[in-house]
Design a protein around this ligand. Sequence first.
Ligand code: GS8
Length: 219
Amino acid sequence: MALKLYGAALSPCTSRVMTCLHEKEADFELVPIDLFAGEHKQLPFLAKNPFGQIPVLEDGDLSLFESRAISAYVAEKFKETGNDLIRHQSFKEAAEVKVWMEVESQHYHPAISPIIFQFFAAPLQGKPPDQAIIDENAAKLGKVLDVYEDKLGRTKYLAGDFYSLADLFHLSFTYYFMKTPCADLINERPHVKAWWEDISSRPAFQKVASAMNFGENGN
Ligand code: GS8
C-alpha cells in the first residue's frame, strides 16, 4: 500500500518530505490539505496532528507528524533503496548526519524561517514585510552561514563528503529564501553557493521545486 502524505505542494515542510520520498524512489500519494480553507485546524485533520500543521504521513496504521521525523522514518524504512541519506553502515558518519540535522533545526531554521514568513506569509495576511525582523534574522543567518562556509570549505556536504538528510533538510526553505532580496547571504559565500547549486539541482528536489509557487513577490 502506498504511503499517504497529507499536505500541500507549496508548503516547505511538505516539500521536505516529498524530496526525501523521491530520493528513496518511494511510492506515495499526496492528499491535499487546503490551508487557505483552514482544513488543518478542523477534525478530522486534528486527529492526525493535534498541533494542526501539515505534513502528516500515514503508513498503514502508523501516523506521523513533524517533517524532519517523517523524513528520518522514510530514510530508515527505505535505507536499502535510492540514495543512502542516513549513512546506516557507519555509525560515525550517521552521528555526523545527526549533528548537522540538529544544526539545521536549532540554528539555520530559526533564522531563515522568520525571513521567509515576512516575504511570503505576511503579505497573505495583508501586512507588508517587517524590515526590522528581516534585518535581525539576516544578521543571525549570516553568522550561521559563516560556520557553513568554513565547514563546506573542508567537506563537500555538511556531514562529510556525502549527500545526506542534513543537506536535504535545508532545501525547501532555502529555495524560497533564494527568491528574496536576502539571497546574497548565500551567493556571496562561495562554498555555500556551490553547495546550494549542487543540492538544489538534484532531480528529487527539482520534482518538488516546480510546484513550489507562492509567486515571485511572495504574494
Ligand atoms: C512545522 C510544520 C509547519 O509549520 C514540521 O512539520 O516540520 N515543525 C513542523 N507547517 C506549516 C506549513 S509550512 O510547511 C503549517 O501547517 N502551517 C499552518 C499553521 O501553523 O497554522
